[in-house]
Design a protein around this ligand. Sequence first.
Ligand code: TXA
Ligand code: MG
Length: 353
Amino acid sequence: MDTIIEQITGDEIHNRNIMEEASRILQNGGLVAFPTETVYGLGGNALDSNASTKIYAAKGRPSDNPLIVHIADIKSLEDIVEDVPESARKLAGAFWPGPLTMIMKKKACVPKETTGGLDTVAVRMPSHPVAARLIMTSGIYIAAPSANISGRPSPTRARHVIEDLNGRIDMIIADDTVDIGLESTIVDLSEGVPTILRPGCITLKMLEDVLGKVEIDKAAAAGASAADNIVARAPGMKYRHYAPKAQLTIVEGEPEHVINTVNRLVSEKLAEGFKVGVMTTDENISSYLNGEIKSLGTRSDEETIARNLFDVLRYFDGYGADYIYSEGFEDSGVGQAVMNRLIKAAGHRIIRV
Ligand code: TXA
Ligand code: MG
């Protein structure tokens, strides 16, 4: 399949033409990758079971892993959700449009193909202008998982989407203004106490400030290990995810101990003839001696670390790293979302020194 790749520019008419072309593709059951404020999405008509089936095929994604439905105004909730809960209205008021996904009981018009066979549907109203305009111009509720091949790091730059999906979908809208770099926070409002199934940049504290008590699903908490035998409530969280090709290990502890340990491990692997990457921060970068060393940004700026994480993981894929050693991060605020992704990428391989 030939994939149309269009770059958003400063030119209004050019951009409007792109939106109209993308809308036609969506209306005809095709697939379009587009930027959102979190990561790129791979969009299709959420109410068309064939379009959802195509999304799974293009990503190589297991079909029991449900998609997020993207809407452009709060009224649309009534079309796809059964009995919109009060908690959803409060959270929408506080955080939509933005990087928050809510899970609620679905209406019959949402096909099971879109929800991976579940009776609930995940809904998000993105704030990115291209995403919002695409939903409005097409008049379609857009089902969109992250626009990566299943199991690869989520795409935060247009070139990541092109790497993974060129030739597999109808169109890619390139616009490198994906700002957050980690997927949305997912909160389950379908039963009992609101529960975070996937941490993101809308933090536990921010949700609690609006709703009062909010829980975090054990499988989503950074410390949860595969060995704990916890069944994730978000089906997607059970798959090995965000995986770089290299074996990634997180090294945690006092900075001095971390640096010494990483330097030793890197030397050992280099001596055995492997290619080795180090993921660090501006504060520590000058202390590492060998290997391919990449900073995620300043430790005090969690937003920048979040924005760079997937790009650096993909960089190491391109570099051909066999092993990557990464520093750990604070398990609170946005750091909690960073650690959640990092631990998954590492397959829970953590050394505490
Ligand atoms: O920021 C984001 O959320 C991005 C952009 C494109 O909006 N999308 C995204 O989609 O990250 P995806 O498909 O990569 O992740 C969706 C996650 C999966 O872990 C899936 O299992 C979970 O949401 N999910 C979707 N519907 C669900 C449901 N009804 N119940 C429980 N989990 C659900
Ligand atoms: Mg994904």
